[in-house]
Design a protein around this ligand. Structure first.
Ligand code: GLU
Length: 421
């Protein structure tokens, strides 16, 4: 079987498991513990009835997969997409456990989602889906149990609905039941930009290692949702040259650099970067293969795979999305000397500021934005040095180093707690 053929069969969970197996073997992890850590603690499947605006009753499938509570409550986003599957939730829930452990925050991992196409649903329909989904998983979530957050196609408004539904059921307002909320409902300053900011902080650290200046660094960003657009804005403001941006509708490219402030205005009106007058148009796949120093995939899974990994010209891959690279592509990138900042490190800024939000809600005391950003930087720089240092000491690539570091921390907590019988 060729690499491309075997790769086709690797689902999101299998990709996670393949990396887990390599890391666990290198850690000499006990077989039983290995088995335990590979599987989620709990998988919740719900079928939610929702009245559509047309008066028709529709049923949507929803999931919440809780991978681990070894280091604290579960933490992870809820996504709305037609492509949501139980397998994807399983893989991403485990990745959340590793991500929280990499940045050393006291959470385990979870992921949730509803199979639906938000582009075809009204606000009212989305609200009813969100509330009924929350009601169905209510017994399993909460500040001490599992704390949802935004993910693909969900946002601050979605979190406000989840928080309100939860609060109505328990009969008092529980702001710490979700993170990524609006500021006026207990959200944290800096949360909206946190994932993009974290990507920049991690990329800055990689630049330092190469001895490069931001001004001489060309960046290509795939995806212009919350992560991609915030990373583009912050990196542009910090002096990076953003030469290409793509979203699902198409891409635009300008070797002299794109005006990101203008692009953001354009996207507000046109809902896509396609047709932006400040650059030439380019295909969303083709853009990945252009000459640049930093490639920042911030859209979806498996966009860098064995079919295009050899054509990637970037020297640094900063993974804003979850699971954008497949395991076979990892090997190719490593061989070719691409410096990969793995997703569980590069995009961990979001969950880190979610942790700050949870802490602030529980204390009822809110921090200024400068403090949030400073503390985020401190955590991410430490995590970057931990991962890269670990990789150098154990002679493994950054991805496996991040997994090893994370698995080791989670395994240690489990050993300390012991197995309840
Ligand atoms: N959905 C984001 C992620 O994949 C954030 C999760 C959170 O803040 O809990 O990291």
């Amino acid at each position: 079987m060729s690499v491309a053929e075997s790769e086709k069969e690797l689902s999101v969970y299998e990709s996670m498991a393949a990396r887990f197996d390599v890391a666990a073997r290198k850690l000499n992890l006990d077989e039983g513990l290995c088995h335990y850590l590979r599987m989620p603690n709990r998988e919740i499947i719900v079928h939610i009835p929702v009245m559509l605006d047309s008066g028709k009753l529709a049923v949507f499938d929803g999931y919440r997969v809780q991978h681990s509570i070894a280091r604290g409550p579960c933490k992870g986003g809820v996504r709305f997409s037609p492509h949501v599957t139980l397998d994807e939730m399983r893989g991403l829930a485990a990745e959340m456990t590793w991500k929280c452990a990499v940045v050393n925050i006291p959470f385990g991992g979870a992921k949730g989602g509803v199979v639906c196409d938000p582009a075809k649903l009204s606000q009212g329909e989305l609200e009813r889906i969100t509330r009924r989904y929350t009601a169905e998983i209510l017994d399993y979530i909460g500040p001490e149990r599992d704390v949802p957050a935004p993910d693909m196609n969900t946002n601050e408004q979605t979190m406000a609905w989840i928080m309100d539904t939860y609060s109505m059921h328990v009969r008092h307002t529980v702001t710490a039941s979700v993170t990524g909320k609006p500021l006026d409902l207990g959200g944290s300053r800096g949360r909206r930009a946190a994932t993009g900011r974290g990507c920049m902080i991690a990329t800055d650290q990689a630049l330092k290692r190469f001895g490069w200046k931001r001004e001489a660094t060309r960046v290509i960003i795939q995806g212009f949702g919350n992560v991609g657009s915030q990373a583009a804005r912050l990196m542009h403001e910090a002096g990076y040259r953003i030469i290409g941006v793509a979203d699902i509708g198409g891409g635009i490219f300008n070797t002299h650099g794109l005006d990101i402030a203008q692009l953001i205005e354009y996207v507000k009106e046109h809902r896509t970067v396609r047709g932006f007058p400040g650059g030439e148009s380019i295909g969303p796949q083709e853009i990945l293969e252009q000459d640049c120093e930093v490639l920042l995939p911030a859209a979806t899974e498996s966009v860098i795979n064995s079919k295009n990994a050899r054509k990637i010209k970037a020297r640094i891959l900063s993974e804003g999305a979850n699971s954008p690279t497949t395991p076979p592509a990892d090997d190719i990138l490593f061989e070719r000397g691409v410096f990969v900042i793995p997703d569980i490190l590069a995009n961990s800024g979001g969950v880190t500021v979610s942790y700050f939000e949870w802490v602030q809600d529980r204390q009822g005391y809110f921090w200024p934005e400068g403090m949030v950003n400073e503390r985020l930087k401190h955590i991410m720089v430490n995590a970057f040095n931990d991962v890269v240092g670990y990789g150098e000491r154990h002679n493994v690539n950054n991805r496996i180093a991040a997994y090893m570091l994370a698995i080791d921390r989670v395994a240690f907590s489990i050993k300390l707690r012991g197995i309840y019988a």
